[in-house]
Design a protein around this ligand. Structure first.
Ligand code: PLP
Length: 421
């Protein structure tokens, strides 16, 4: 069964908004539209329970129960335990706090493996923490032509000195899924911990983080049709080894140890409303999951993710092939859906190098294509590809609510605005 895109779009108020009418949205890797469940949950929280949670009066109890439910629901969706789910202001804030904690574990002689395929959020603060401690940084580098990471090269960087390996599930420029399960396995065999940035991946597939084996898995809910929060899965093994970053008296409370900013109650409570949307979508496509059961929710996430990926792939092929064949642009990342490693998904985050990227983006915007140009905080990726971060590249990105008509509008716009040679 194909994804019912009309049904999907009926669940997103942005598609009914007058001010957005006629525009095609291709900046989803920067942040997605929110589904109505998210907006309704936030409104309900602000209306009925905008007070201090976890006291014994009814409104306060209800507030706390909604926050607890979010931890439980996300844990079930991602295949982890609810005390391993941490909410912070953003992924950048979560990696910053995490890196401070990890710094305390490192000492001179230790090694930390980072990549140049990451968004800066998943590499900058851990590099700084390693430098402060006198640990050595080993950079796992992308191929300068393809932008891909070669797993054999990682093998040559790992040793008994390696303590941490941090890498992306999928780069926000290259778009290709990395083999997280295999990499985590290699990292663990070397006796190190694996940190995975899932920000560019989760909008396309809700992953079974438990099965992937990452010790830390991060993503940004505001790109997953939800609230502006970062969600960090910190597995128990590493959590227990890290020093508390919160108030000293909260040392025994897992949710508080890595969130010194304190939780944004309303957003935490509303964060899992997107999972209600996913279950409704599953039901609409013949799935049987409508209950609160965690197993039902996890199964719905897997089924819906398959529907999303199949739809996104159908839209991806014509764009990749058009850009790949155009002599005036350099398409970044794989040009087809199968050139990565077997079974890996090429996400519809498509960046290309072109003369005067800002002018190309502006010309697309004149044609009601919402896009932009720049470095997307992936400065090291662009430098690794031999591209100047300023002016950077043009990026178009989409998700499951993007329609065939949107992609036709994009292709028509590209035909008009791209230089002919
Ligand atoms: C791949 C990737 N990682 C990390 C981040 C940082 O996320 P946040 O904006 O939540 O700090 C981004 C943001 O665009 C991203 O694309």
């Amino acid at each position: 069964m194909d994804l019912d895109v009309d049904f999907v779009r009926s669940q997103f108020p942005a598609f009914q908004s007058e001010s957005l009418h006629g525009w095609s949205f291709f900046e989803n890797a920067g942040g997605s539209y929110a589904c109505s469940d998210t907006i309704d949950a936030l409104t309900a929280y602000y209306t009925d329970t905008k007070l201090q949670p976890y006291a014994s009066y009814p409104a306060s109890r209800a507030a706390g129960e909604q926050m607890d439910r979010a931890h439980v629901r996300w844990a079930a969706a991602l295949g982890v335990e609810s005390d391993e789910v941490n909410f912070g202001p953003s992924t950048s804030a979560n990696t910053y706090v995490l890196a401070n904690a990890i710094g305390a574990m490192l000492q001179a002689g230790d090694e930390v493996v980072v990549t140049n395929q990451d968004h800066e959020a998943n590499t900058g603060s851990i590099r700084r923490a390693a430098e402060r401690q006198g640990a050595t940084i080993q950079e796992w580098q992308i191929d300068p032509i393809t932008g891909l990471l070669d797993i054999d090269q990682l093998a040559s960087l790992l040793s008994t000195k390696t303590k941490i390996v941090t890498f992306p599930h999928c780069s926000n420029i290259i778009g290709q899924e990395n083999d997280v399960a295999r990499i985590c396995d290699m990292v663990h065999q070397a006796g190190a911990w694996a940190i995975v940035d899932g920000v560019s991946f989760v909008p396309h597939t809700i992953p079974d983080v438990g099965a992937l084996g990452a010790d830390v898995y991060l993503f940004s809910l505001y790109k997953v049709y939800s609230v502006h929060q970062g969600l960090m899965i910190l597995r128990r093994g590493l959590m227990d080894a890290l020093p508390n970053q919160g108030h000293f008296f909260n040392d025994d409370a897992p949710w508080y140890r890595m969130t010194p900013a304190g939780p944004d109650h309303a957003q935490v409570a509303a964060s899992s409303a997107v999972l209600d949307y996913i279950q409704r979508l599953d039901h609409h496509h013949g799935g049987s999951s409508e209950t609160e059961s965690g197993a039902d929710l996890a199964a719905a996430c897997r089924r819906v993710s398959t529907l999303w990926a199949e739809h996104e792939d159908r839209l991806l092929s014509p764009v990749l092939s058009y850009l790949d064949q155009h002599s005036g642009v350099r398409l970044l990342g794989p040009a087809d859906l199968t050139s990565g490693h077997q079974g890996a998904h090429r996400c519809p985050t498509v960046a290309f190098d072109v003369a005067n990227p800002a002018a190309v983006a502006d010309a697309l915007i004149e044609r009601k294509i919402m896009t932009s140009a720049g470095d997307y905080y992936a400065v090291r990726v662009l430098e690794g590809l031999g591209i100047k971060p300023d002016p950077g590249v043009v990026r178009v990105s989409w998700v499951h609510y993007t329609s065939h008509a949107d992609v036709e509008a994009l292709l028509a716009g590209l035909v008009e605005v791209l230089p002919s040679s």
